[in-house]
Design a protein around this ligand. Structure first.
Ligand SMILES: [Zn+2]
Length: 269
């Protein structure tokens, strides 16, 4: 079976349900964490908003509510998609990158953060925010919280600041693999569980064998697709992108060129 398709995604969700896991949105988990086996399914809608809608439909069909973090860039911020996702009962949060877009200017970053948070609150009473990794920027978006608290903005959580990853297992599909964390630049979580998966099928087996942790925060991007052409194109692109990211860590000139290209892409495309 091809991995990272909507079909595989459904099978993965069904495996959790069969094993007695319940699903909570990130907001619910922050406010009233459920007892027993819990999965928080988080989606960073970096791009391909329409794919987010497809994943949301799969979850909805299984009675699952997840959390979708949207960016302001137009590849993510698609009003019809956000409205549909809210209608299905999912949580919407803000995937912020204000410090990197403001080039480190903290005053400007706060102005845009407030504007963008208010914007997303037109669709949903947003109570969670999550930083976008902005791998090519030298600014870590989380630094916004050095002098401000989440509560001041009516927020209950930020996954990278509010979760104790010693007790909550963190799993991400970065670069089309569940062990692709090495390609992440900033959104890195140290794994103390001694578990590693590559294919979704291995997770499905661990769930069945009861070796999968009781509580997990899973980050699934919106690249899961049943469309063979899109699936293939995205796999090739992710492969190349990860190689460039790795090489850029060692070669500053390449890093600079890649940063320019990425900035251009998000503005123009
Ligand atoms: Zn992101």
């Amino acid at each position: 079976m091809r991995d990272f398709t909507l079909k595989t995604y459904r099978t993965l969700l069904e495996s959790f349900q069969r094993a007695g896991y319940q699903f909570q949105t990130f907001e619910e988990f922050m406010v009233h964490p459920a007892k027993g086996k819990v999965i928080v399914m988080r989606h960073d809608v970096d791009e391909l908003a329409r794919n987010a809608l497809k994943m949301a439909q799969v979850e909805h069909g299984l009675g699952i509510q997840a959390t979708y973090f949207f960016r302001v860039v137009k590849q993510s911020n698609v009003p019809e998609v956000i409205r549909e996702i809210v209608k299905m009962g999912h949580e919407v949060g803000y995937h912020y990158e204000d410090l990197s877009t403001a080039n480190g200017d903290i005053t400007k970053a706060w102005e845009s953060f407030e504007t963008n948070l208010a914007y997303f609150r037109q669709y949903y009473p947003v109570r969670s925010v999550c930083m976008h990794g902005s791998s090519t920027s030298k600014y870590d978006n989380r630094l916004l919280w050095q002098n401000h608290s989440l509560e001041d903005y009516g927020l209950v959580g930020e996954p990278y600041l509010s979760i104790d990853f010693d007790s909550v297992y963190y799993l991400t599909d970065t670069g089309y693999a569940w062990d692709g964390g090495r390609f992440a630049v900033r959104d890195i979580v140290v794994n103390h569980f001694g578990l590693s998966f590559h294919h979704s099928q291995q997770i499905i087996e661990a769930i069945a064998n009861k070796t999968f942790p009781e509580t997990a925060l899973i980050l699934a991007h919106t690249l899961w697709s049943d469309n063979g052409f899109q699936w293939f194109f995205l796999h090739v692109r992710e492969f190349i992108r990860n190689r460039i990211k790795m090489a850029a860590k060692k070669h500053p000139v390449l890093a600079k060129c890649y940063e320019k290209l990425v900035a251009w892409y998000w503005k123009k495309m």
